[in-house]
Design a protein around this ligand. Structure first.
Ligand code: PGA
Ligand code: MG
Length: 236
């Protein structure tokens, strides 16, 4: 019997702060949301401590930051207010980071599959990617509410890989913050960190396998080298 064809190599992207510079719209919708409680607006610098676990946690953290911890029943209407504002303004000022589209073209033409694994709500991720006309690049897009678990739980990444028809042994994860590097470590795949997103610590302290400063550096050669080096490391 002929051997089964090798499954495609998959590059999985985080969304906020990695694929897309979403900061203006996140700050604007968050401030619109907390203004309902009379709270002072937050700034871009605050965002690095607030983003990472989806809108619910971001709102909770922003309220705490403004000295107004929330009771459990206060949260759902605020989440609704955030989602309505954010979805209503998409794509707003959000745009892909420089060089992203060229990098995705380069990888796709070389036969690589691409996917998104974000802790953003799935509906917001799908809507935003669609508004920016990028949907056709991805074999799977999963959000923080797609499964019962989310980054840094390994199953969010392995579930994304399954949906994209990938192979966990031929997968690389790229992201801007601790959840992305941690999910890669938890799932046993190499990671690439970008320093231009929303990490509250320098990405080098997260111990990724590679840091790239610009998407020009994201090439098939880099992906192959990381997979090769990672396999050797694991085998030792
Ligand atoms: O929206 C968030 O809180 C996190 O989103 P990300 O996982 O795409 O960075
Ligand atoms: Mg991110």
């Amino acid at each position: 019997m002929a051997p089964a064809p090798a499954r495609a190599t998959l590059v999985v992207f985080d969304l906020d702060g990695t694929l897309l510079d979403t900061h203006s719209d996140l700050v604007e919708s968050l401030n619109h949301t907390i203004a309902a409680l009379g709270l002072e607006p937050v700034s871009y610098d605050d965002l690095t401590h607030l983003v990472g676990q989806g809108a619910r946690v971001m709102i909770e953290r922003a309220c705490r930051l403004r000295g107004h911890p929330l009771e459990a029943d206060a949260l759902p209407p605020l989440v609704e207010r955030f989602v309505a504002h954010y979805a209503g303004n998409m794509p707003g000022r959000t745009e892909p980071y420089p060089g992203l589209v060229a990098a995705m073209d380069r990888l796709s033409s070389a036969g690589y599959r691409l996917a998104v694994c974000t802790n953003k709500m799935e509906s917001l991720a799908l809507g935003l990617i669609d508004k920016l006309d990028l949907t056709q690049y991805f074999d799977a897009i999963t959000g923080g509410d797609t499964f019962e678990y989310r980054k840094p739980d390994a199953r969010h990444l392995t579930g994304t890989v399954d949906r994209a028809g990938g192979d966990i042994a031929r997968t690389v994860m790229i992201g801007d913050s601790i959840n992305d590097i941690a999910v890669a470590k938890n799932a046993g795949v190499p990671s690439i960190a970008v320093p231009f997103g929303y990490s509250d610590v320098p990405v080098s302290s997260l111990d990724p396998d590679q840091i790239i400063m610009h998407f020009d550096e994201l090439t098939p050669e880099l992906v192959e080298r990381l997979l090769r080096e990672f396999a050797t490391k694991v085998a030792v």
